[in-house]
Design a protein around this ligand. Structure first.
Ligand code: F0G
Length: 459
């Protein structure tokens, strides 16, 4: 077993967490229709639902918040935000939004129209939804390896460049308004994309005259993986690598709730002057004036500071090894996990964990429910519930390739002992897995159903 990752920070402010009883959790599950989004957070002991907006801020960020300039237009905090982003991303325009999906909405409402097609390695659910509400098609172009949880290739987040070329060749000219690439690939095991792949996708886009945008939520984790794993990159700084990544693209969307180490925020950044003007006009309608875009001045300060801190290599070294440590504890104990470990999360292979539960009884959700019931640990299903779709022709439900439960690790929040508690709980559950029951859907919404779906347990 690897050395335990020692946190490169100490705790100055604490937030108590409570352990509930199994009976209380049983009641909460029943009341909430076995949907963990319905569990009040006070009744969660270790919350691995998401790494988004759950980071602990540093004392520098909190100090920055006191310096927030709340002017409606031209706030000092906006200029600090803009400088911090330009320093890393290098694009001409910086447009704040309240979070990542707002950046997606503003971008796609402006440049994507009905009948268009948008490629990505694998669309995250909000990205897909924001393409589809435009009556456009979201096309995933990940290589076969991304769907193979046992393939140990170092850059399984890559886009399959041959598939991209084929898609461009078979699509009417002008029907691909942009190519997106998600770094790291959240819906594909949190796997990184190599710099070589980013360059190759960029070259195809430039040749075809198609704008290339990065979904940059976890760019620092991705850049650190490039430093660790890609030939010739180990002696370069993560900042240099990040700049190389963005130099390949025409713009980026970012949810600052991940690698900007804040609890709310996002932005769009790009080079094209005319598109930027249209984006700002769209922004004003619902997000706000272009120097705050739905955020308070203090939020802009926290993002600016967070973007500096996230590139600290001691931080990143710990971050990546913390997630790797959880993977190792589980893997060594025989818990089936997606390999190699991702940057922000571990993904349990729920269909292998629960071979007695068929896909139409949602083994991922069943596992997620069982882990909460037994240990008060909250995770999220990324499988048939999140991505299942009805086939209009046959009326049957179609399931995604992988049936996963994601254990997302919030940044700077949990210690090694929390992670060991989670691992011990899952390992104990593995031994009693035969007792876990499948689920039946009793209520669902037409879009992003996982947030509001309700279930019953199958006796
Ligand atoms: N893109 C990716 C790759 C994401 O992971 C997320 C959010 C978004 C876009 C949207 O950003 O939440 O700020 O609107 N992912 C979170 C998660 C919710 O749990 O993985 P947002």
């Amino acid at each position: 077993m690897s050395r335990k990752p020692v946190e490169p920070y100490r705790i100055k402010s604490v937030e108590p967490i409570q352990m509930t009883s199994r009976e209380e959790r049983e009641q909460i599950l029943k009341r909430g229709g076995f949907n963990l989004f319905n569990v009040p957070a006070d009744h969660v002991f270790v919350d691995l639902l998401t790494d988004s907006g759950t980071s602990a801020m540093s004392h520098f960020q909190w100090a920055g918040m006191m310096q927030g300039d709340e002017s409606y237009a031209g706030a000092r905090s906006f200029f600090r935000f803009e400088r911090a982003i330009k320093n890393i991303f290098g694009f001409a325009h910086v447009i704040p939004t309240h979070q990542g999906r707002a950046a997606e909405r503003v971008l796609f409402q402006t440049v994507v129209g009905p009948g268009d097609r948008v490629p990505n390695n694998i669309h995250f659910d909000t990205t897909r939804a924001n393409v589809e509400v435009r009556d456009a098609e979201a096309v995933d172009l990940a290589p076969v390896a991304a769907y193979d949880p046992d393939d140990l290739s170092p850059f399984k987040g890559d886009m399959d460049v041959e598939k991209l070329k084929a898609m461009i060749a078979e699509t009417d000219r002008g029907r691909i308004p942009l190519v997106m690439l998600t770094i790291t690939n959240n819906s594909g095991g949190g796997q990184p994309v190599s710099l070589a792949n980013i360059r190759a996708v960029s070259a195809v886009c430039r040749e075809s005259g198609i704008p290339f945008f990065l979904d940059a939520c976890r760019f620092a984790e991705n850049a650190y993986f490039i430093k660790l794993r890609e030939e010739g990159e180990s002696s370069r700084s993560v900042l240099e690598i990040a700049r190389d990544i963005f130099a390949c693209a025409d713009g980026a969307t970012m949810s600052a709730k991940k690698d900007a180490l804040v609890n709310i925020g996002g932005f769009l950044t790009l080079n094209d002057d005319a598109v930027a003007e249209r984006l700002r006009n769209n922004l004003i309608v619902s997000e706000g004036f272009p120097t705050y875009g739905g955020l308070a001045g203090r939020d802009l300060e926290a993002v600016a500071q967070g973007l500096e801190e996230v590139l600290d290599e001691a931080y990143l070294e710990h971050r990546i090894s913390q997630v790797g440590y959880l993977w190792e504890l589980l893997h060594q104990a025989g818990v089936p996990v997606y390999s190699p470990p991702g940057g922000h999360a571990i993904y349990v292979l729920a269909d292998r964990f629960l071979p007695h539960i068929p896909r139409d009884q949602y083994p991922g959700q069943a596992l997620s429910v069982a882990l909460y019931r037994e240990a008060g640990v909250r995770t999220v299903e990324i499988g048939g519930v999140m991505f299942g779709r009805r086939d209009e022709a046959s009326g049957r439900e179609l399931y995604p390739e992988l049936e996963l439960v994601r254990l997302a690790v919030p940044r700077r929040v949990y210690t090694v002992s929390h992670l060991e508690y989670v691992a011990d709980s899952l390992i104990a559950l593995l031994k009693r897995r035969d007792t876990i029951k499948g689920l039946k859907i009793t209520h669902q919404a037409p879009h992003l159903r996982h947030f509001t779906v309700r279930f019953e347990e199958i006796a």
